[in-house]
Design a binder for this molecule. Structure first.
Ligand SMILES: NC(=O)c1ccc[n+]([C@@H]2O[C@H](COP(=O)([O-])OP(=O)(O)OC[C@H]3O[C@@H](n4cnc5c(N)ncnc54)[C@H](OP(=O)(O)O)[C@@H]3O)[C@@H](O)[C@H]2O)c1
Length: 289
């Protein structure tokens, strides 16, 4: 059996320092219901992060709004124990406020974005953000002011790379007037690839594309999954098919499946060993139509 390691998914070169394994991990499941409050078993949450590092995952996606703050605390605790901490790349996000379970309100006031970066750096124990996404463009403030504040923080050495989340190609082009954009994080999976144009733009222009809900919040796995027949044929799980499709779709795609289970984490990392045939890939690509 092939070794279980995220490195088998191939790599993506972010910069001179970071060539990361393409299969990452998202921390959003490490909270209470509705992405609110602490995870029911904080030690388990820390153990999942630690196990992810042991499995070769060196790209972690997080946000202060997950909890808020709880996911970041578990992430920081789990990474503290990692043997290769200096090779781990974190993407963080600012621009959302939370009012309660499942409630999210974008807020892009530049001073607030700055505050979020400063507080997140303290929570995560970092002196700079490797990659900082504007979680949502807030229509109440000019893009120039929101991206401009991130550019100022970048010039101050507090952010290395700037990204945008849930944006169109036109919005990326607008933001690129004010800063270099190195990554985009949009909703994208085998059952929902409305943003194919954004993926193509990212690949053509050397931006990473981080698909959120890579497993469609778990709807692509388990009983009744539209991926079951191909999963059975390949003798792998539905989750592995969903992730293998993303990995084959574009070399710029960096999936970040979320889980609070070590068993599911290991299942997801095994997707790095799955090589989909062109026929299976084409069949899967038509599922969403
Ligand atoms: N930028 C944005 O606006 C945005 C929005 C949403 C999410 N995100 C990011 O995207 C990441 C991924 O999204 P997500 O975690 O919400 O959704 P997801 O990865 O599509 O799916 C997670 C769900 O699938 C289950 N699951 C995971 N692996 C499994 C497996 N191998 N077998 C069976 N079930 C499995 C999880 O439950 P268990 O815990 O039981 O495994 C959980 O319910 C987040 O963690 C976050 O970092 C970003």
């Amino acid at each position: 059996m092939a070794e279980l390691n995220a490195a088998n998914a191939g790599t993506y070169q972010f910069d001179d320092q970071f060539k990361i394994n393409r299969l990452g991990y998202g921390t959003m499941q490490l909270t209470g219901p509705g992405t609110w409050g602490p995870y029911k078993d904080p030690q388990q949450a820390v153990s999942v992060v630690k196990r992810a590092t042991e499995l070769g995952i060196n790209f972690f996606d997080t946000a202060d709004s997950y909890g808020p703050w709880f996911a970041d605390r578990y992430l920081a605790a789990g990474l503290k124990q990692a043997a290769n901490r200096d090779q781990i790349f974190i993407s963080d996000k600012v621009g959302q406020t939370r009012q309660g379970p499942s409630q999210w309100t974008p807020h892009g006031e530049p001073g607030y974005l700055r505050q979020q970066v400063e507080v997140s750096l303290m929570t995560l124990g970092l002196d700079h953000e490797d990659l900082l996404f504007l979680h949502r463009i807030d229509s109440h403030f000019p893009i120039a002011d929101q991206v401009g504040e991130l550019k100022k923080l970048q010039d101050e050495g507090k952010i290395k790379h700037i990204g945008l989340s849930q944006v169109s190609v036109d919005e990326i082009k607008e933001a690129q007037k004010y800063a270099q954009i190195d990554a985009v994080e949009n909703l994208y999976n085998v059952a929902n690839h409305k943003d194919d144009d954004v993926v193509d733009y990212c690949e053509a222009n050397h931006l990473a594309f981080v698909p959120w809900f890579p497993l469609n919040t778990g709807k692509l796995v388990g009983q009744g999954s539209p991926l079951s027949a191909i999963a059975k044929k390949n003798n792998v799980s539905e989750a592995q098919i969903a992730l293998a499709w993303l990995l084959k779709r574009s070399p710029n795609i960096l999936p970040i499946p979320g889980t609070s289970s070590i068993q599911h984490l290991e299942d997801n990392v095994a997707a790095a060993n799955v090589s989909l045939s062109d026929d299976d890939f084409d069949q899967l690509s038509h599922l969403a139509e």
